[in-house]
Design a protein around this ligand. Structure first.
Ligand SMILES: Nc1nc2c(ncn2[C@@H]2O[C@H](COP(=O)(O)OP(=O)(O)OP(=O)(O)O)[C@@H](O)[C@H]2O)c(=O)[nH]1
Ligand SMILES: [Mg+2]
Length: 451
């Protein structure tokens, strides 16, 4: 028997409505202590029940919902109370429930119970959290696919193949005297190779998946006064960074986001790169270099004709800003069609000419940044690995399979079964079936309260 837990399921703060969720064997009894339906008939499952909230000399009208076990989110008896959304009121209701026998839920405890009661697997619970935390359309879609069980299905299919293989290996080990055709080491190797191929194609989506979940890191770099901060403001659509005509205006890094084609782009404006004795500015330039090194793409901004400088990143877009100040000859000499080489063969021209001031080519810049950082084929892939935990589990399963393949040449079947079993368990950690209690607790501790 589990205890009955309760929590505010809506965000902290004042709003129109707050939802209190109660789950556990005594959910109905405990909620009846503070909520009395206006109708005398028995509460109808999954139907709104209008009634009176009454505790500590406070009354309110409220709506209750009753989800009998096992057809509830957690698989237990669940009651949800929709009350007026006052922060103090919601907390007072929770306290009233606690004083009647419920316990305050821990972070993610409702989801944890849902998983432990077989309502969903761990990857699906993580999908829900990804949907809640999504900050772009593609991240939302990826979370929703995960919640609907794409990863669950993928893992189960791999595990089923492994289970078949393990069974055959065990038959060969347990009944060697029988006159049947036993699985051979080369057949085991073939099965493992196919599984590795499946895992590799999933792992190939990881880099894109992580960008879908966390956003693409774009860093604006260049000399002082070329218009980096102006460009940040133009990209995000409002005046976030200070712009002046004094070289060295920006010192610390400033990060803001914009969405393009459903993807989130996190743009960082940096201090202009130059040699300086100013301690604060030097520290800013140091930070700028760190940002450049870890960017998915660097937009190198300049406002003069110059050779392309070396940038410590393999993905650099060279952009000439202040197009509104250029005359026609400049534009013709540096336009995209003539790009890249000057007469003597040096790299001179630019990928794009823009004006942060007039907005010219800012949309085009967003398009190019998107194209140079995102694999559009993969973004909406059924299996898109967005979760580093899943990625790590798949890598471990893969290495156990590789070990099996290696052992196929020189060891006996009983050794093979050990690494096959290891791979099976590594995969099971994704869905939670083989995850230790410690891992399960750690994962759900990252969830929000009331979820
Ligand atoms: N005409 C014109 N002026 C621009 C444009 N972009 C920026 N400027 C001007 O250039 C000056 C420097 O702009 P900032 O955006 O502060 O340049 P920055 O690269 O961030 O400079 P630091 O922070 O000092 O490194 C300001 O006077 C801007 O108004 C542009 O597209 N056209
Ligand atoms: Mg600046």
């Amino acid at each position: 028997m589990t205890d009955t837990i309760c929590a505010i399921a809506t965000p902290a703060g004042n709003g129109g409505v707050a939802i209190i969720r109660i789950s556990g064997n005594n959910a109905l009894e405990i909620s009846k202590g503070i909520f009395e339906p206006f109708s005398r008939s028995a509460p109808e499952p999954r139907k709104a029940i209008y009634g009176r909230l009454n505790f500590d000399a406070v009354t309110d009208d409220c709506i209750g919902l009753y989800f009998p076990a096992p057809n509830s989110f957690t698989g237990e008896e669940v009651v949800e109370l929709q009350i007026h959304g006052g922060y103090y009121l919601a907390n007072a209701v929770v306290n009233a429930l606690i004083s009647r026998g419920a316990r305050l839920a821990e972070r993610g405890e409702f989801s944890k119970r849902a998983v432990l009661n077989g309502r969903m697997d761990m990857s699906q619970a993580e999908g829900i959290i990804d949907m809640i935390n999504a900050n772009s359309l593609t991240a939302l879609r990826a979370g929703s696919r995960l919640m609907h069980g794409t990863m669950h299905k993928f893992v189960e299919e791999l595990q089923a193949k492994l289970t078949d293989c393990l069974c055959e290996v065990n038959v060969a080990l347990d009944y060697p005297e029988h006159d049947i055709e036993y699985i051979t080491a080369s057949k085991v190797s073939e099965i493992c190779n196919n599984l590795v191929k499946d895992i590799n194609s999933a792992l190939a989506t990881a880099a894109t998946g992580v960008k879908v979940k966390n956003g693409v890191k774009v860093v604006l770099a260049g000399d002082p006064n070329v218009g980096k901060s102006s460009l940040l403001n133009a990209l995000i659509g409002y005046d976030r960074a200070i712009v002046t005509d004094i070289a060295g205006t920006t010192r610390d890094t400033i990060s803001e986001s914009y969405e393009y084609n459903g993807m989130l782009f996190n743009v960082t404006d940096t201090a202009g790169l130059r040699t300086t004795l100013d301690i604060v500015e030097s520290a800013g330039i140091e930070r700028a270099r760190d940002e450049i090194a870890t960017a998915d793409i660097v937009v190198y901004v300049t406002d003069k004709m110059e050779l392309r400088p070396e940038i410590e990143n393999s993905n650099v877009l060279y952009v000439l800003n202040k197009s509104d100040l250029l005359n026609n000859d400049d534009l013709i000499n540096n336009c995209k069609n003539d790009k890249n080489l000057s007469k003597n063969g040096d790299k001179l021209a630019f990928d794009l000419i823009i004006s942060a001031k007039t907005g010219e080519n800012i949309q085009e810049l967003k398009k190019i940044i998107f194209e140079k950082t995102i694999d559009t084929e993969l973004v909406n892939h059924e299996i898109l690995l967005t979760n580093t935990r899943h990625i790590e589990c798949l890598k471990r399963a893969k290495s156990a399979l590789m070990q099996t393949i290696e052992n196929c040449n020189n060891t006996t079947l009983d050794i093979l079964s050990i690494t096959l079993m290891q791979a099976w368990q590594d995969l099971g950690e994704i869905t939670g079936t083989t995850a230790s209690e410690h891992i399960i607790d750690e994962i759900f501790a990252r969830f929000c309260l009331g979820k």
